[in-house]
Ligand binder design. Structure first.
Ligand SMILES: NC(=O)c1ccc[n+]([C@@H]2O[C@H](COP(=O)([O-])OP(=O)(O)OC[C@H]3O[C@@H](n4cnc5c(N)ncnc54)[C@H](O)[C@@H]3O)[C@@H](O)[C@H]2O)c1
Length: 255
């Protein structure tokens, strides 16, 4: 249980379900983590569940440059260096067809899910490039690989971060820094409940059942199942892996 011994990590969306599942696993594996989230109460509560000497947190909006610089500084002040960056915060946005999709809602999703990921790379990468080591994991989604009606902003954003991942991987490979993306399918979570309600406010359960039927393994995933994958990519076990897309979707995108 020491695959991340002596490593330090920043996790954005650290008060959320996937981010916190990764934090729990990172801590179990010996890492010290800086949780970053917009939700200060959530951060306080979640940080309280982890070993106090291995966790710190900072409230920040990932779409704001000054906040991103502040979380990077907080991690460097706390740990001296950054080994792992789980660039994970994201929002699902509203559910509407393209003609009905409000422009402001589209912009908001792009600001958090694309600009937020970009800003994280912009301010974390220099430290890793200088040290000539580090692992960055970006959370995309199966929504980065396929389309779905009603989710234009989210799907656009999750396709876009693959571009960020590939560019960063190409720029960083010569400096010993690895960059990969993870693509969760439908996870039993607040975010999926919100999307199910958006798709059918009168009968969200029917959406849940329809999605489950699209999964060859026959069920929604659990956030821990994503955390295991992220932990592998963060660890030195993944030392020859960069620029790759890791799908954990129960087979949803097989065909
Ligand atoms: N839940 C799923 O089924 C699923 C599937 C595929 C991909 N994902 C992706 O996984 C990532 C984590 O999702 P989750 O399921 O844990 O959702 P979540 O809503 O539980 O967690 C997301 C966290 O991000 C935080 N956040 C939102 N906007 C922010 C901002 N501007 N600045 C800082 N923090 C902000 C939220 O407060 C929340 O704690 C997201 O990128 C999401 O798109 C989720």
């Amino acid at each position: 249980m020491n695959r991340l011994q002596d490593k330090t990590a920043i996790i954005t969306g650290g008060a959320g379900e996937i981010g916190f599942a990764a934090a729990r696993k990172f801590v179990e594996e010996g890492a010290r983590v800086m949780l970053v989230d917009l939700d200060e109460e959530g951060l306080k509560k979640k940080a309280g569940e982890l070993a106090p000497d291995q966790v710190q947190y900072i409230q920040a909006d990932v779409s704001q440059s000054k906040d991103v610089q502040a979380y990077v500084k907080a991690a460097l002040d706390a740990f001296g260096h950054i080994d792992v960056f789980f660039n994970n915060a994201g929002i699902e946005g509203a559910v509407h067809s393209i003609p009905e999709y409000p422009e402001e809602d589209f912009q908001k999703v792009v600001d958090v899910n694309v600009k937020g990921v970009f800003l994280g790379m912009k301010y974390v990468m220099p430290h890793m490039l200088e040290r000539k080591k580090g692992s960055i994991i970006i959370t995309s989604s199966v929504a980065g690989l396929i389309g779905n009606p009603g989710m234009v902003a989210y799907i656009t954003s999750k396709h876009a971060v693959i571009g960020i991942m590939r560019t960063a991987a190409a720029e960083a490979a010569g400096h010993g820094v690895r960059v990969n993306s993870v693509h969760p399918g439908v996870i039993d979570s607040r975010m999926m409940e919100s999307l199910e309600k958006g798709m059918n406010p009168d009968d969200p359960q029917s959406v849940h059942e329809a999605f489950s039927q699209q999964v060859p393994l026959g069920r929604y995933g659990k956030e821990e199942e994503i955390a295991h994958l992220v932990t592998f990519l963060a660890s030195d076990e993944a030392s020859y892996i960069t620029g790759s897309l890791y799908v954990a979707d129960g087979g949803m995108t097989i065909s």
